[in-house]
Design a binder for this molecule. Structure first.
Ligand code: HEM
Length: 231
C-alpha cells in the first residue's frame, strides 16, 4: 500500500546553481548525532569527511576520539580498544542487526547514509515522514500494537515513533530549533551524506556551461568571419 504522497518543498540545495548551506549541514549533523544516532547508523560516513564541510579538524578529531574502536589483532590475536581517529567511520548504535531489532520491537532502523536516494520522494519524503505524525490517528485507522500511525509511511504503521519536538536540541548559532527546522536541517545533512560530491558537481556543471558557451560563441564568430568574403 502506498503512503500519502509527500509534499513538494522548494529545497534550496536542490537548485542546480545552489550548493549546500553548510551552516544547515552543521545543524543537521547535530540533529543526527543528538537524536537519530541512538537508533540509526550512518555507516558510509567517516569522520574525516566532516572536516571542511561542517567542522574544523579539531572538532572532528574530538568527536572521533569520544568513541572506542577495535584495534587490529596483534601477534597473539588479541583485539584491544583505542580511541577513534579521523579515518574511522561514524560508529553504529548497535553491534549488529539482531541487537538493533531487539531494541526496537523487532523493527530494524535502517542505515541513513543513502536514505535520501533510497526512498521515493527523497528529501520531501523524509521531511514529511519525520514531521508527519498526527497527535491521534484518524478515526477508523487501524494501527497494530507497537506501531505508530504515519500517513507518509507505506502501510501507515511505522515502528519509529515521533522523535522531533520543538526545542529538542540547542543550536549554537541560535537558530530556533522548531520541529520543522530540525527536520529540514537533518534532511539536508542526509542529502549531503548520500551525495557529498554535489557541490563540486554543480560547480563543474556551471563552469562547463560557461566555457562551452564561450567556445560556441567564438566558433560562430570565426565561421562568419571566414565566410564573409564569399557571402
Ligand atoms: C525508520 C529517519 C530517529 C527508529 C526510519 C526511516 C527513516 C528514519 C527515513 C525509514 C522509513 C522507511 O523505511 O521508509 C529518522 C531520522 C531520525 C530518526 C531522520 C532523527 C531525526 C529514530 C530514533 C529511533 C528510530 C531515535 C529509535 C528510537 C526507527 C525504526 C525504523 C526507522 C525502528 C524502522 C521503521 C519500520 O520499518 O517500521 N527512520 N529516524 N528512528 N526508525 Fe528512524
Amino acid at each position: 500500500e502506498e503512503g500519502l504522497h509527500a509534499t513538494k518543498y522548494p529545497w534550496e540545495h536542490e537548485k542546480f546553481t545552489k550548493t549546500f548551506d553548510h551552516q544547515a549541514l552543521r545543524r543537521g549533523f547535530q540533529v543526527y548525532r543528538e537524536v537519530c544516532a541512538s537508533c540509526h547508523s550512518l555507516n558510509r560516513v567517516p569522520w574525516r569527511t566532516l572536516v571542511g564541510t561542517m567542522h574544523t579538524v579539531d572538532e572532528a578529531k574530538a568527536m572521533a576520539e569520544e568513541n572506542e574502536y577495535d584495534t587490529e589483532p596483534n601477534d597473539e590475536g588479541e583485539i584491544e580498544k583505542r580511541p577513534g581517529k579521523l579515518s574511522d567511520y561514524i560508529p553504529a548504535p548497535y553491534k549488529n542487526d539482531e541487537a538493533a531489532k531487539a531494541a526496537n520491537n523487532g523493527a530494524l532502523p535502517p542505515d541513513l547514509s543513502l536514505m535520501v536516494k533510497a526512498r521515493h520522494g527523497g528529501c520531501n519524503y523524509i521531511f514529511s515522514l519525520i514531521t508527519g505524525y498526527p497527535e491521534e490517528p484518524p478515526p477508523g485507522a487501524e494501527v497494530a500494537p507497537g506501531l505508530n500511525f504515519n500517513p507518509y509511511f507505506p502501510g501507515t504503521g511505522i515502528a519509529m515513533a515521533r522523535v522531533l519536538y520543538d526545542g529538542l536540541v540547542e543550536y549554537e548559532d541560535k537558530t530556533p530549533a522548531t520541529t520543522s527546522q530540525m527536520a529540514k536541517d537533518v534532511v539536508e545533512f542526509l542529502n549531503w551524506a548520500a551525495e557529498p560530491e554535489m557541490d563540486q558537481r554543480k560547480k563543474m556543471g556551471v563552469a562547463t556551461i560557461v566555457i562551452t558557451s564561450a567556445l560556441l560563441a567564438l566558433s560562430i564568430w570565426v565561421k562568419r568571419y571566414k565566410w564573409s568574403p564569399i557571402k
